[in-house]
Design a protein. Structure first.
Lengths: 116, 111
């Protein structure tokens, strides 16, 4: 597709279960971001991938959160042993990452996670 | 920790009135970007400012980047109901690789 694709769009899970959220960035974009947005709140940075560089994991809130990006394209955000406070919309964004800078971010529609 | 602050958090205006949101950082920003998020939607890029003191206009929207590159503003002239949404600033703090978003200003335009 032409834009950033995220799946699932909605996920309801029970506390303690693991979840995987997927992001398919725009083809050719080397930079990929994960953000978390709680209801009515701002965007909380989670993790950033740029090309083959080591990811910036400084925003991951706990060791229950992890992310990988395979082949420089698709990314998966995994949350283990989910807690109710993990409930939020998880937004993925990609950027061309040209000139070493941060260009325009293109966001996906997000994955809404509800932990019961 | 380092962060980007945005005020006001909420703003209600009558259609036709002007609106301004302000973004401040304790750290010099390499650049500043602005995004708009409609209710139920995802953030959409509006503009990027890079140079100290830069001013850019898009129709009724005027964006400014402070001389010290620590603050920015978005001004909307004669708001319309289509301007409803949350406006976020976002910037690279110093040499950071990732983009830090402000807390956002939620704009309501009353017809």
């Amino acid at each position: 597709g032409a834009g950033v694709s995220q799946s699932p769009s909605n996920k309801v899970t029970e506390k303690g279960k693991d979840v995987e959220l997927r992001c398919d960035p725009i083809s050719g974009h080397t930079a990929l971001y994960w953000y978390r947005q709680s209801l009515g709140q701002g965007l909380e940075f989670l993790i950033y991938f740029q090309g083959n560089s080591a990811p910036d994991k400084s925003g991951l809130p706990s060791d229950r959160f992890s992310a990988e990006r395979t082949g420089g394209s698709v990314s998966t955000l995994t949350i283990q042993r989910t807690q109710q406070e993990d409930s939020a919309v998880y937004l993925c964004a990609s950027s061309s990452g040209l000139a070493g800078g941060v260009g325009e971010l293109f966001f996906g529609e997000g994955s809404r996670l509800t932990v019961l | 920790g380092q962060q980007v602050m945005q005020i006001p958090q909420y703003q209600h205006v009558q259609e036709g009135e002007d609106f301004t949101t302000y973004c401040n950082s304790s750290t010099t920003l390499s650049n500043i970007q602005w995004y708009k998020q409609r209710p139920g939607g995802h953030p959409v890029f509006l503009i990027q400012l890079v140079k100290s003191g830069e001013v850019k206009k898009q129709k009724r929207l005027t964006f400014q980047f402070g001389e010290a590159k620590k603050n920015s503003s978005l001004h909307i002239t004669a708001t319309q109901t289509t301007d409803v949404g949350t406006y976020f600033c976002a910037g690279r703090l110093g040499s950071a690789r990732q983009l830090t978003f402000g807390s956002g200003t939620q704009l309501t335009v009353l017809p």
